[in-house]
Design a protein around this ligand. Structure first.
Ligand code: ZN
Length: 164
């Protein structure tokens, strides 16, 4: 059975700034109001016959949203960003443009990019990990990270690691 959580209605949201290095328009720092839709598949179990308690899933995803909220998202594994310092401030350059941001304004992510595509993988992996820790018997985790209303990237991970 599948459970579905709508990010707008369930308040799985965050606002953040990012840039897509060397992209014509998205290369400048800009922001989005993101919302995160979740779908989980698994066997019903336990006293209540839940796949996973909605409350538990929302709590995990909300914690991730909170970490990203009102921050500048920085992809540490970007081949297009040259990092100079990551201490009290985050200093880097992109194609000759120099940046220096206070560390507390940033979230450093182990990702090649902060596109909706890469953020959806990030959310799926984090949620998967937390559900495993809690012993939830889930066979598929799917996340859509929406950059505002009308566009998002959907990523799916299943137990057999056939990701798409
Ligand atoms: Zn953007």
């Amino acid at each position: 059975m599948k459970i579905i959580i709508n990010g707008i209605h369930a308040n799985l949201r965050f606002s953040a700034a990012h840039m897509i290095p060397e992209h014509e328009s998205c290369g400048c720092i800009h922001g989005h109001s993101y919302h995160v839709d979740v779908q989980l598949e698994g066997q019903r179990s336990g006293k209540f016959g839940f796949v996973v308690d909605f409350k538990e899933v929302k709590s995990i995803v909300r914690t991730i949203c909170k970490k990203l909220d009102h921050k500048v998202l920085i992809p540490l594994e970007s081949p297009l960003i040259e990092f100079k310092s990551v201490k009290n401030s985050v200093e880097f350059s992109i194609d000759g443009k120099e940046y220096k941001l206070p560390l507390q304004d940033c979230v450093l992510l182990p990702l090649p990019s902060t596109s909706a595509e890469d953020l959806s993988i990030y959310f799926v992996d984090k949620l998967w990990e937390k559900l495993q820790e809690k012993g939830a018997d889930v066979s598929v985790v799917q996340i859509c990270v929406n950059e505002g209303i009308g566009q998002g990237a959907f990523y799916s991970r299943n137990r057999n690691c056939e990701n798409y």
